[in-house]
Design a protein around this ligand. Sequence first.
Ligand SMILES: [Zn+2]
Length: 404
Amino acid sequence: MPTSFMRIPYRDLLPPPNIIPPAAATLSGAITALQEFFYNPPPSGLPPSTVVLTGAGLSVASGLADYRGVKGTYRVNKTHRPIYHHEFVSSHETRKRYWARSFLGWTTMSMANPNSGHYALRDLGKLGVVKNIITQNVDSFHPRAHPEIPTVELHGYLRSAVCITCRNEYPRDVFQTDLARLNPVWKDFLKEAISSGALDTEDPNEKRNRGIKMNADGDVEVPGAPYTTFRYPACPTCLSNPPPLADGTKGVVEVDKDGALESSSNAGILKPAVIMFGDSISPDVKHAADKAIDSAGRLLVLGTSLATYSAWRLAKRAKDRGMPIAVINMGGVRGEEAFFSDLDPTQPGNQGVRTEISTESLLPALVHEMRKSGGRSHSHHDDRQAAVAFERTNPAEVFKDFLS
Ligand SMILES: [Zn+2]
C-alpha cells in the first residue's frame, strides 16, 4: 500500500531521455510541439485545461541549487545527508544544527526571486492554458509570481516556521531576527560571510577560499561558536500558555533568560513549515494535489526528475487517467518510458512532449510565440529571436539546501 511519507529520493543519475517528438530537440521544435500539446483537445472526457507539476530545476535560474543538476547538491556536496523529521522533533541538538545552517542560508534565500520560467507560467495562466500548479519547491516563488493561479505546495514552504504543538505559524523573517538576537557571534559571522561572498557557493573548496571553514559533514564552522551553542526561540503562543499534550499531561515550555528554548521542553518547538524526510504530507495537501490532477486534461512536468514518490505518483495518476504528458527537464525522469511508451511515433506533440531545453529559455519563448500567433500556430520560429524575447536572470549559485 503506497504511503505519502517523504522518503530519501534515490540519488543515482537517470539515463538520458528520448526526445519526443524528435524535433523537440531544438528550441523552435520544442515550441511547436508544446503548442500542439496545448491546443489539441485531450482524449475524450478530459477537460481542456493543463495542470503543471514543478521541481527544483525550475528555480535553478533564480540561483537556487537543484539536486541532480550539474551543480546540484548531490553532486557538489558528496557528504550531504538530510535531517529526518523524527530527528528534528526529538533532538534539541539536531534542531540547533538545522537552525544554525538555516540562519546562514536565509539571507541569500530571502533575496532570491522568481525567474522568467515562473512568470511564463503566470502568462500561460492568462492565456487560459494553465489552471493549476503543484510544486515540490519550498521557495514560495509560485505564489509570488502568480498569486492568481492556485498552487499546491506539496512539500510546504520556508516562508514560515510552524509550532509542532499548536500548529501556529510565524513569518520566517521575524524568526530570523530572533535567531540573530539570540546568537550574536553568528550574527557577526553571517555579516562577514555575506560580504566575502562565501555563502554564494556550495563548493566546499570555494567556501574555504573565501574564508569559511567546513567540517566533514559539510557544515560551516563558526570560530568560537560551535553548533552546540546555537540558540533558537520557543513558540510564543505555547510559551505564554503551555498546551496539554496527547497523553493528557501539560506540555513543558521552558526558556532561558533571553527567551531561547531549553532542552527540558517537550512543547512549543518551532520547525520550518516544510515536509522533512520521514514526515508525511497532510491529507488536505494530498487531496488538493489529487484534485488538481483530476480536474485537468493534460500534465506539464517542469524541472523535476520525479525522484520523490509524492511527485512521481501524481504523474502516474495523470497517466492512468489518460492525460497527455509533457516533460521539460534536463536529465532523465523516473519511470518516464512508461509515460511515453504508448505514443504514436509520428505524433507532433498532442499525445506527449519530452524535451531537455531549459525552462527559463523555453517557457518565455513559448509564451511569446503563443501571443504572437494569437492562439493556434504551427509556424517555426528562429531560435535566436526567441532567445532574446525573454529576460534572463543571472544564476548565482547560493547555499540553499533547506530541507537538510
Ligand atoms: Zn505553539
